[in-house]
Design a protein around this ligand. Sequence first.
Ligand code: IVH
Length: 661
Amino acid sequence: MDVKERIENLRQEIEKHNHAYHVLDDPIISDIEYDRLMQELIELESNYPEYQSDTSPSQKVGGAVLDQFEKVNHTIPMLSLANAFEADDLRAFDQRLRKTHATISYVIEEKIDGLAAALRYEEGHLIQAATRGNGTIGEDITHNVKTIKSVPLRLKKPVSLEVRGEIFMPKAAFLKLNETRKKTDQSIFKNPRNAAAGSIRQLDSKIAAARDLDMYIYSLTETDAKMTRDHINTLAYLRELGFKTNPSTKRVDTIDQVIDNVEEIEERRAAKPYEIDGVVIKVNERKLYESIGYTAKSPKWAIAYKFKAEEVMSRVRSIVFQVGRTGQITPVANLEPVEIQGSTVSRATLHNATFVEEKDIREGDFVTIKKAGDIIPEVVAVIVEKRDDSQPAFAMIDHCPKCETPLERFGSEKDHYCPNPSCPAKQVEGLIHFASREAMNIEGLGTRIIELFYNEGFLKSIADIYRLHQHRDTLVVRAGFGEKSIDKLLKNIEASKTRSLEQLLFGLGIRFVGQKVSKVLAMHFKHISAIVETDENTLLDIDEIGPKIARSVIDYFQEEKNRERIEELDALGLNLEYTGKSLNEGVLKNKTFVLTGTLPTLNRKEAKERIEALGGRVTSAVSQNTDYVCAGEAAGSKLDKAKELGVTVIDEESLLDLLDS
Ligand code: IVH
């Protein structure tokens, strides 16, 4: 089989698996097998640029970076929908329609809270994706939409068409994203819709690729084929082409059935894995659309039933101030407990002083609460009519509630910070973070114990954690701790000394260095001393590291006290190395390999894993530092480069010998 054929086979194979996994939710192969196929495709495409394609599934990982968004004209305007808020509004809608069109039926679709997009395909290839914009002119977001796993880059038939649908971020992805952002001191998204919109409006497609976006297609707007299908069958046709449509969509005959279904959907709302803010009801008979007609803003053959915002009333008992790990001050409302959508809410973040001032929230106020994006409790508004004179206006504190240090505010930022590096609140939060599961994973060392030990003076710094054993005898006699539980804790602390470098790095709480970046740094530098000594350009040369992260890492390790902290941890016996596979003591330790071409029996991934298991490294570019280039069939420019530089070239057989030696 020649390379071109192999590439095409791989593409079809991967497309099949993308569809099975992301559209049908029914995967056929394991993630590892999938990764292997993708890896092979990426390698082949990079070795044979002449066969690259804009709609290859390899494009799903992102990579394209734009300077700006191009404008896109919508040949058919992207309209909005008229709203209904009551069952009666739906009945009125039905009566209007039936006057002129007695025999209609309806299609009921969830109204997903994301953002609308139009996708254009030519001869089956995705050529353009655009936002709604003002309805007439949107923005070109093709580079990002290509990274959405469920969006087919090639259709099952070579048709030309335009479809529209909703791009959204599932609730779980949203929560996870915010969790990570919080841990790395980035601002959090208010709701899944904002997160989806923020991800799609990125110039760098790697960001969208990492964000777990999804898309349901809900209409076919233009096509080169004759369109005689009604709406429900159009959706079935779109599914046949490979699109993901919402499986809960259904057709009914009467408005009473519509209303029953709307109620049912509203009941299931909280349990849905994505946010819905209503139900869209569309006439099923497409051939009637023209005669039913349009207003300037919306079609008359469809209506959006909007769920009532789930707001309940509560009262602000007090407003307290929390100090985060970075010193950021967050006002928090303590509320009289209320039930919203199946959970009890007694606290709501007030974000920052500006938020409280703009809404004029005061202690003692009656307020309406909702779950922002169905998830996070938020104060919507103050019920001013219920105010008497007893509510003092909110005053932002100007000193840290914990250490009394005057607070600072940077430029136009809305947040206040406690600048005191030894602020007890910051230190405690830092310790909690260090011991947390994602960082050093010290079981038993949670918030309560850390606060207690901190207040008693046993635990002032990260290093103190590893000196706790010196206080064993004092601790065991304390109420609440038995000998057993203290010994267990000390054992867990001791065990955490061997954690791999990425966990330690993450635990240090360096700004913008989250779990993923920690791993990247650990794998790249192998030992913390190499990170301490590195420079900005070296950091910027690493794929996943941008200027913000690089600057932050440099700043952190330039601080004397942080360097001392590392030395202290070293002296206490903590592991400072990356203990992942690539550091295994093996015969290939410090040997660098480049793989090129197709090997007869091993695929890329297997070869890489086996080399790394023996301590070797696999890189993608050939340089003076490369020890071996392992070349297979149809090896390209990398082989030439190896010959040019005099790097040892081996075939698979020799590689297997090396691996077995
Ligand atoms: S149909 C002319 N169907 O709701 C028809 N819209 O106000 C327009 N939306 O901008 C869209 N789910 O972003 C349609 N199943 C669905 C929808 C849906 C969400 C959004 C869409 C649109 C807005 C309409």
